[in-house]
Ligand binder design. Structure first.
Ligand SMILES: Nc1nc2c(c(=O)[nH]1)N[C@H]1C(S)=C(S)[C@@H](COP(=O)(O)OP(=O)(O)OC[C@H]3O[C@@H](n4cnc5c(N)ncnc54)[C@H](O)[C@@H]3O)O[C@H]1N2
Ligand code: MOO
Length: 416
């Protein structure tokens, strides 16, 4: 498609999935370098190499409960005659105790099982009389009772974490459990954030006629922080190509990713597409999505640039979809984010063929059906509706009348 302002020697008005695929392909070529990071600083980051267990988990047979280690075959004898207590094995150094027929050893949860013992009598079911231990309740004392076998969770040599995994609490706990104190991780992208437009006034200043407070800076900073990043926001860019290019080039020297918002559409002062066409490389401009259609993806110097449209809800939609796809790809995330679905609580008629993001609220009752109620007030300038929402809901490409109960994808806005 030809475009009067910029020509169109790049993909223009592409489908949403195509945009995500192009972002993923470019990001894969620009994957960030790997660095070794202590576990304490690894939360939320992406693993660059598989983790192979150097030890089994558990490393040795151990007690699952506090009580007495014994031979299950002695259960009846423990009830009638009692067993001879031969020692105490607490969690800690292995005392290499031996339990023979007619004997038992005091044991605590996590302590190594003495040789010969194959079950634990919990202390609630035992009575100690001097050096003898009686079972007050011996039912269920079979071999393996209250015992955790060496290697039942992980065998030494198992691949316990796969490269490309995002590391959360349980993954980092597992890495520590197999003895790792640091891990090879993809570096986090550094991100410069720009808001653009002569109408913008920083919150806290008096508002002159015709101006509005810059809300996208707070919005974008918070979205990026929720990804575990530490974005750097630059001063607001004026609607003039010279200063705009100078600032963007500066940022492109020292940041992996430059995110702008505004100035990317068709207005006479929307300079970004022309600037990037001349001084960078446009990967695509305009995506068949609503809101967010003017989205631009380009290379500038060493950086990748994502030009988000200025309307606040467009920022949300383009960041949570394409923006996160870029950050994930640069960090080598192998598995796509989990997709969530819900049933529409009310019908919705989509008036156009583009993929559409609506704001919505999730509800779930005793019937365990998760429903999403779309906010009927659309309009990508309406930030209040977004603040009242707890998700975006996604209506796919192709115009369609949705009925109540139809399944749609939802993108959580909080706790994501
Ligand atoms: N003739 C056409 N006009 C428009 C088109 C089009 O295709 N043809 N697209 C519309 C769509 S869709 C959108 S979205 C907007 C996006 O335009 P820009 O990305 O160039 O953004 P701006 O024009 O700079 O701003 C749009 C809107 O958002 C407000 N804004 C911008 N930055 C901030 C900020 N930091 N904080 C709060 N609000 C911000 C700005 O004042 C405008 O109201 O273009 C349509 N027009
Ligand atoms: O599609 Mo624009 O991003 O609605 O407001």
């Amino acid at each position: 498609m030809n475009d009067a302002k910029t020509g169109s020697d790049f993909p223009n008005r592409i489908g949403y999935d195509e945009a995500l695929a192009m972002i993923a392909a470019v990001a894969a070529r620009r994957r960030l370098p790997v660095e070794t990071v202590p576990l304490a600083r690894a939360a939320g980051r992406v693993l660059a190499e598989d983790v192979v267990a150097g030890v089994a988990l558990p490393p040795f047979d151990n007690a699952a409960m506090d009580g007495f280690a014994l031979r299950a075959a002695d259960a009846e004898r423990a009830r009638t005659q009692g067993l001879r207590l031969v020692g105490d094995q607490f969690a800690g150094a292995d005392l290499a105790l031996q339990v023979a027929a007619g004997e038992c050893a005091r044991i605590t949860t996590g302590a190594p099982m003495p040789a010969g013992a194959d079950a634990v009598l919990i202390r609630e079911n035992a009575r100690v009389d001097g050096e003898r231990v009686f079972a007050t309740e011996a039912g269920g004392l079979r071999p393996g009772r209250h015992l955790r076998r060496a290697g039942e969770d992980v065998q030494a040599g198992d691949r316990v974490l796969v490269a490309g995994t995002r590391l959360g609490p349980a993954q980092l706990g597992l890495a520590a459990a197999v003895g790792r104190h640091d891990l090879p991780l993809y570096r986090r992208p550094t991100v410069a954030v720009f808001t653009t437009g002569d109408e913008l006034c920083p919150p806290g200043q008096p508002l002159a006629p015709g101006r509005i407070y810059d809300s996208n800076r707070a919005l974008l900073q918070t979205l990026l922080q929720a990804e575990g990043l530490e974005p750097v926001a630059w001063p607001v860019l004026p609607d003039r190509p010279g200063p705009m290019l100078a600032a963007l080039r500066d940022a492109a020297f020292s940041f992996d990713v430059v995110i702008t918002c505004g100035g990317v559409s068709a207005g006479d002062r929307d300079h970004l597409p022309a600037l990037l066409r001349e001084h960078g490389e446009i990967h695509f401009w305009r995506v068949r999505m609503k809101p967010g259609m003017p989205l631009l993806f380009a290379g500038l110097g060493e950086a990748l640039l994502l030009g988000l449209p200025g309307n606040p809800v467009s920022v949300l939609a383009t960041f949570l979809g394409p923006g996160r796809a870029l950050l994930d790809g640069l960090q080598g995330l192998a598995t796509p984010r989990r997709r969530l679905f819900a049933r529409l609580a009310t019908p919705f008629a989509k008036a156009h063929a583009r993929l559409e993001f609506l704001r919505g609220r999730l509800e779930s009752g005793a019937d365990a059906v998760v429903q999403v109620r779309p906010d009927p007030a659309d309009g990508s300038h309406r930030l209040r509706g977004a603040a009242d929402a707890d998700c975006l809901l996604v209506l796919g490409e192709g115009a369609r009348d949705y009925a109540a109960g139809d399944v749609v994808e939802v993108v959580p806005l909080r706790g994501f």
